[in-house]
Design a protein around this ligand. Structure first.
Ligand SMILES: Nc1nc2c(ncn2[C@@H]2O[C@H](COP(=O)(O)OP(=O)(O)OP(=O)(O)O)[C@@H](O)[C@H]2O)c(=O)[nH]1
Ligand SMILES: [Mg+2]
Length: 466
């Protein structure tokens, strides 16, 4: 693991013995500490005894939003298996190139974290490689930023070859600029004349070359896997059936909805990023319209760009779908901001103007009528469902059918005995309401025909019998 290697080398460094004295700065703390960790992935459970979180309050972000971000960061850290013992919000007037935040605030963070026996500091902002190193030296504890936490969660979730390569690629890209700090102690130990290159410097260059080579080979491997995915996708797209991507914030219930609608058995858990790989299942709606539903990776605020890049082919499921089913967790107090984030990730993927069916899930967990009315006002076209109780599924089916085209069409047909292929299509793909053979041996039927087949059947259409 690259991080481990960097850590190992970093730990050999001498750490400064004195710290700058600075005054306290304003700020506030939010109470997100928790005595327990999520029962999800325990990758880091044994590595760290506790995490201290640092939220960032800049001019543009309201206090309530900062608190929400810290709460979410807490969920992410707990997903890693690390207990969150405390947090603090640091004000940010201007970015301090050395520590990102002011050194006085950092002193306060260090002391609070030490008192709570934390050995992991997690910043809710992207830290530059040297800022991360400087904070580690200053606080004498391991420092993570939100991106690295998300990368680690993805790494622990990746199961298929494609997901493993994608995550490894993102992690290598993240750590490449961070290699410098790992060996700088060797350069310092060597001293050496100006112009000569220390052992540390040579080692960094060697490591950089290795990581770059690794990135190149991962990119090659990913290109191969993607080719296979594209072939599978093409065969899926060639059919008459509409493609719908289920998208939304992580933990909104996308996989649960796919399972409840289609009887699939996709892993649905109370964990962030339970799904990394897209799964496609066929759904036959009550009017016999068929639709292919694809479950996708969840979105989150500040999704690391390296991950968006690496997961592009997975995320592209949303781009290539005929329409999107946007799942929102109606029971979350942050449902509106999750919606905004989802839209901004879609914008990044250039899929924001796709036809979209908004679905509020987990309605069984939202007893507050006021909240429901507010959501109804925000999204009058939204469908309110529960993947658990199947409440709202009738309307969801109808809306899905209408997204698949103009829905299905009621047609009266008269098919000659030679049109056997069409008759079997009527049985298999349409909702047959009535059928009879007339005196000339023609098959007369009244049926709901899916939009995708309407044109095909039109030549046998006749005006409905009175
Ligand atoms: N009560 C209730 N719980 C639900 C409902 N839908 C999903 N859940 C629960 O919410 C949690 C997350 O569900 P998932 O289906 O894994 O969510 P997801 O959107 O696929 O999550 P990621 O794959 O992590 O992005 C699980 O514990 C589900 O059992 C619902 O309608 N009602
Ligand atoms: Mg899922």
């Amino acid at each position: 693991m690259i991080r481990g290697e960097i850590r190992k080398n970093k730990d050999e460094k001498e750490l400064p013995s004195s710290f700058p004295e600075t005054g306290k700065e304003e700020g506030f703390s939010c109470d997100i500490s928790s005595g327990s960790t999520s029962d999800g992935n325990n990758e880091k459970k044994d590595e760290f005894s506790g995490a201290f979180l640092v939220g960032i309050q800049d001019h543009d972000t309201p206090e309530s939003a900062v608190k929400e971000y810290v709460e979410e960061l807490s969920e992410l850290v707990k997903t890693l298996g690390v207990e969150v013992k405390g947090s603090l919000v640091a004000p940010l007037h201007a970015i301090n190139p050395k520590f990102y935040i002011g050194s006085g605030k950092l002193e306060e963070i260090k002391s609070q974290a030490k008192n709570l026996k934390c050995d992991m500091l997690v910043f809710d902002c992207p830290l530059g490689p040297s800022q991360q190193r400087n904070i580690e030296k200053f606080c004498k504890m391991q420092v993570y930023d939100r991106q690295e936490v998300i990368l680690d969660i993805f790494a622990s979730r990746a199961a298929t070859r494609e997901a493993v390569i994608q995550v490894e690629l993102a992690r290598n890209r993240y750590y490449l600029p961070r290699l410098a700090g790992a060996w700088s102690h060797l350069s310092r130990q060597q001293g050496g004349a100006i112009g000569s290159r220390g052992a540390g410097e040579k080692q960094i260059e060697y490591d950089r070359r290795m990581v770059k080579r690794k990135i190149a080979s991962l990119e090659e491997e990913l290109a191969l896997v993607r080719k296979q995915r594209t072939t599978q996708r093409k065969s899926r797209m060639r059919g008459d059936v509409a493609n719908c991507a289920i998208i939304g914030y992580t933990n909104a219930g996308k996989s649960s909805l796919l399972n409840a609608l289609t009887g699939a058995d996709v892993l649905a858990e109370n964990k962030l990023f339970a799904t990394l790989d897209p799964t496609t299942r066929r759904l036959v709606l009550p009017d016999k319209t068929e639709v292919l539903l694809t479950d996708t990776v969840g979105f989150v605020r500040k999704l690391p760009h390296s991950l968006v890049e690496a997961f592009k082919s997975t995320l592209e499921e949303a781009v290539i779908a005929d329409f999107l089913l946007l799942v929102l967790d109606a029971s979350s107090p942050h449902v509106e901001s999750h919606w905004e984030t989802t839209l901004s990730v879609l914008e990044e993927l250039k899929a924001a103007d796709k036809k979209m069916l908004v679905v509020f899930n987990k309605c069984d967990l939202q007893p507050d009528r006021v909240v429901m009315t507010r959501l109804r006002n925000v999204a009058p076209e939204g469908v309110f469902v529960s993947a658990k109780t199947r409440e709202g599924f009738d309307l969801l089916h109808t809306r899905l059918a209408s997204c698949c085209g103009t829905g299905s069409h009621l047609m009266s047909l008269r098919l000659p005995p030679s049109a056997g292929e069409y008759i079997s299509l009527l049985y298999s793909k349409c909702n047959l309401l009535s059928q009879e053979y007339d005196e000339e041996g023609y098959f007369c039927a009244k049926a709901y025909i899916p939009a995708s087949l309407k044109e095909k059947f039109e030549k046998y259409g006749k005006s409905p019998k009175k």
